[in-house]
Design a protein. Sequence first.
Length: 389
Amino acid sequence: MAVCFLDSWGAAVGSLRMIAELVSPMLKSHNILGEDSPFAQEWFVIIALSLIVFPMMLYRDITKLGWINILGIVSMMVFAATIVVKAILSGNNLEGRSLFEWNTDAVMAIPVIAFSFDCQVNVFGSYRDITGDSGNKSEKLITASLIANASAAASYVIIALSGYVTYLGSTSGDVMGNLPSTLDAVKIIFGLSVLFSFPVILLECSTIVQEHVIRPLLSGGYAELDDEEVMRDDEEDEIEQSHAVNICTNLFIIVSAGVVAAFVPSMYAAFAYVGATTATANTAIIPPLYYLMTVKRHYPGFSILGKRHTAVDTLHRDRPAVQSNNQQEDNDSDTETLPSHADTDHDDSRTVDLVAGPPNQWFQRLALVYLICGCITVPTLVYVTTINS
């Protein structure tokens, strides 16, 4: 939970910094406020942005924020179309130029790329708000995630290639910085899309604080929550906190993010640190670690090295007979009524079937190698980001 909180919070820090870097130069130019005006400085822009997004952060239902996603998609399409059109009109070509260069800038880009695909934290809120049983919800979420990641990857590639074709060697790490002042409207549209995405970015961050920090404190201690409590689907199971708690939680999150954003040297550094730490952990450490812990929990005698204890063999040898006897006892005890579809969805036998087969040893070894690589990658990327920031 701590990693998920820091991931969302870090994304908010980087987003505040990014919008401030977009808006502040506009206010200083065009004879709007002037170069020395305190209202045109980045720190003041961050304060103003925090005041704007704070009321929207008080929403507790992600389904009410669907219009934000539509705004984000439209703004991204406008931005991508602008870059592509400029690339076509530039008349440049990549003849004699290499698309890939391995240097410190390329290494610095790795954590930023990791952050660009960092959406794992938002999965929890999406899962809770999808209707249907667990299996159906998982299928919907997997399909939506695949489509979203494929669309994002395609957008990134198109924008990156178009920006490089347009500006060649002078291409900035943030292609927004290459756009002329005549295209400030495009920058504003993109900035607004990021601004209005704050409620989605920080919704799970606020939920983590209220459910795993404030709720245990108010209840007099932390009690371990089971899966049904954590992944609640009905409104009656939502965290019963007062409006004051919700306001204070979100106020703490946005104020702390704003203070850090004011002192971060650049948007690029903020996103790089988040990508090097929490984004990499969510991608290369937590998934394999969770898988290995789940295997160990359901198969305590199963060895990743290929040796199996007698208890495990006995469990799998006797399980079909045990299930057959249980089924026969159920049929004998109740021959007049049949279980409803809702009852079968929550039958304990489904849980047994999920772990009925032995885990794949090669997949376990792959997960272990992946985990080790993730543990090495995090400190390496943090070091690279620090020396290049």
